[in-house]
Ligand binder design. Structure first.
Ligand code: M6R
Length: 616
């Protein structure tokens, strides 16, 4: 789960590699490193624990010579501690060959033992180091052949970049499972883990396929299969642009992204909802990128949603909405579970894959599994041109803009909104919701950006509540029905940035175990907005109070009944309960944020996490 960049050309490689590498820091920030060949073909490697800024500091202290070829890497540790020794690039014992790697080599332990017996000296605990040694022992003067032979011995998912002091104009790349692209420039070529990393340098790219390797020099790119057959190059021209994100006065990207939600949702609604009188009368939605005919949509028998983390929680809300509006049976699974359970799906199943980054390894694997079984796949994705979008039959872009904070906020609410729009679209083609009700729903959806602004105006109260409760060592989040996933999402937000143990639970399940946790040392956040399960939530809250739990309630504005049951009340405006998850999550995002700030944590890049999980 790392980012890799390689360059071969006529310009100085190191500034290019470092600048592009920064765009891949979302893939991990445990360590970073760079490897170059200087003009005497010496292999020079510099690496540093922690974020890329640490590597930059090292390079300022120990500058690199001019070089036309190099590889670089930003790491999320899988095998071995995040330390200098385990940072990439890794080299062979003779320090002739350097390798950067994204993925996991599953048979590394067995290879390592064999290579040690052949005299290789290992300096790190990583799985990656075996690749450098393996290529080295297989090398008999032909680097391409050595890499090719090494590929046949590796098991797992990987994308690699290789340079060697014996081949000062040759950069080799190979992939199985993990993404890798080649960028074509003018007398220079690149390899990268994703397109945005090199988009300001070239728009002409080759998407390397599984089981392919590429040999790049400054004037030439050749692609081969692992058995050495040359592949005809397919060059794509990328048309999308990538916005760059600044904090714009906010202390953190996460806070900025929380505040961007009204604008993100307003833009989505503007694009998708019917505009103009005639369109308004017909009520027909425009879901650009859906690319599945109304007839095909009408014939779907079942929907399967796959996603991870926050996107999975969006999928859980999506289930309630799709079932309510499209009247289709929906199952939701985490991608990592779906891919190994031999799910029953066929050509009558629509898979909806949800991912902010579009690079989550498990979600990509789930999509491949579903397509192999004949299902059509629609992805709900934020990053244009990402791997997921290239592997789906249709793409619904959330267009939320770059999300930099590791804790997902605006991407989540954009995913929720896309589920409402997709459900409405399915309801239209399946005639499952009367037109009058559709119009009311559209009107309610249009009010959401304004209601978001109203919730954000209550921030001062939320800050005080967060600060007053930041000392608790354990939080429980409870919700029912369509706000049960909101409870899960609130708990995940708190865990990932404050490091406080937090559990989300269906309130009805509380008596089946979690109630044992309740005492005066726990905080319990309950989502109890006006709905058909409101009274049930009140009963749950009373049960917590009876056991001295500290209760924070997210309630509907003006609800006078709730105050006696709560230590703190956070109000959100009234909306139809079907839409309530769009609003109730905002206070939970803010609570998590302000508790993490109070605790002095790195909110945007919390420990042990990466923005995009590119290994399974
Ligand atoms: O890029 P994706 O939406 O596929 O990522 C899925 C999860 O890794 C992600 O939502 C993760 O749980 C976030 N850090 C949550 O804030």
């Amino acid at each position: 789960m790392c980012g890799i960049i390689g360059y071969v050309g006529t310009r100085d490689a190191s500034p290019i590699l470092i600048e592009s590498l920064k765009k891949l820091e979302y893939r991990g920030y445990d360590s970073s490193g760079i490897g170059l060949l200087d003009h005497q073909s010496h292999l020079i490697v510099r690496k540093s624990k922690g974020k890329i800024k640490n590597l930059e500091e090292l390079l300022r202290a120990r500058p690199l010579p001019f070089s036309n070829i190099g590889i670089s890497h930003t790491r999320w540790a899988t095998h071995g501690l995040p330390c200098d020794e385990n940072a990439h690039p890794h080299t062979d014992s003779a320090h002739h060959i350097a390798v950067v790697h994204n993925g996991i080599i599953e048979n590394y332990a067995e290879l390592r033992e064999k290579l040690k017996k052949q005299g290789c000296r290992f300096l790190s605990q990583t799985d990656t180091e075996v690749i450098a040694h393996l290529i080295s022992v297989l090398y008999k003067g032909d680097l391409k052949l050595a890499v090719q032979k090494a590929m046949a011995r590796l098991k797992g998912a990987f994308a690699i970049g290789v340079i060697s002091k014996d081949h000062p104009d040759m950069l080799i790349a190979a992939r199985v499972g993990s993404p890798l692209i080649i960028g074509l420039g003018d007398k220079e070529n690149y390899i990268a883990s994703d397109v945005p990393a090199i988009l300001d340098r070239t728009r002409r790219v080759i998407y390397l396929k599984d089981g392919q390797m590429a040999v790049l020099s400054k004037g030439r790119v050749e692609v081969f299969t692992f058995d050495g057959k040359k592949v005809r190059l397919k060059v794509d021209t990328v048309s999308f642009t990538v916005g760059s994100a600044q904090k714009e006065g906010y202390d953190h990207f996460m806070l900025k992204e929380i505040h961007e939600q009204p604008a993100v949702i307003a833009a989505m609604l503007k694009t998708c909802l019917p505009a103009g009188r005639a369109a308004h009368q017909s009520g027909k939605l425009k879901l650009e990128g859906l690319t599945i005919s109304d007839k095909a949509l009408a014939s779907i028998k079942k929907i399967t949603v796959v996603a991870c983390g926050t996107a999975y929680h969006a999928g859980l809300v999506g289930k309630y909405v799709l079932e309510a509006l499209a009247r289709l049976s929906v199952e939701v699974d985490t991608s990592s579970e779906f891919r190994y359970r031999n799910a029953i799906i066929d050509k009558h199943t629509l898979m909806v894959a949800v991912s902010q980054s579009g690079e989550t390894a498990d979600t990509l694997a789930a999509v491949r599994e579903a397509r192999a079984k004949g299902a059509k796949v629609i992805s709900i994705c934020n990053v244009i041109g990402s791997s997921l979008t290239r592997e789906s039959d249709g793409v619904l872009y959330t267009h939320a803009g770059p999300e930099i904070g590791v804790a997902s906020t605006k991407a989540y609410t954009a995913q929720l909104m896309m589920f409402y729009l997709l459900s409405l679209k399915l309801a239209q083609v399946r005639h499952s919701v009367p037109v009058r009700q559709q119009r009311k729903l559209i009107k309610d959806l249009q009010s959401i950006p304004k209601l978001y602004r109203e919730v954000l105006k209550t921030k001062t109260t939320i800050v005080k509540i967060a600060q007053a409760n930041s000392h608790f060592g354990c939080f429980l989040y409870l919700g029912r029905n369509i706000n049960y996933p909101t409870a899960l999402e609130g708990a995940l937000k708190l865990k990932e940035i404050s490091y406080i143990p937090a559990e989300g639970y269906a309130a009805g399940e509380m008596k089946h175990g979690p109630i044992a946790l309740i005492d005066e040392y726990r905080a319990v956040i309950c989502i109890a907005v006006r709905s058909h399960v409101y009274e049930k939530m009140i009963s749950n809250i009373q049960e917590i109070r009876a056991r001295k739990g500290n209760v924070i309630v997210v309630a509907t504005r003006g609800d006078r009944q709730i105050a006696p049951h709560a230590d703190y009340v956070i109000e959100v405006p009234f909306v139809d309960e079907l839409l309530s998850p769009l609003l109730t999550v905002i206070p939970l995002q803010l609570i998590a944020y302000y508790i993490a700030v109070k605790r002095g944590n790195d909110v945007d890049q919390p420990r042990n996490l990466a923005k995009s999980v590119t290994v399974e």
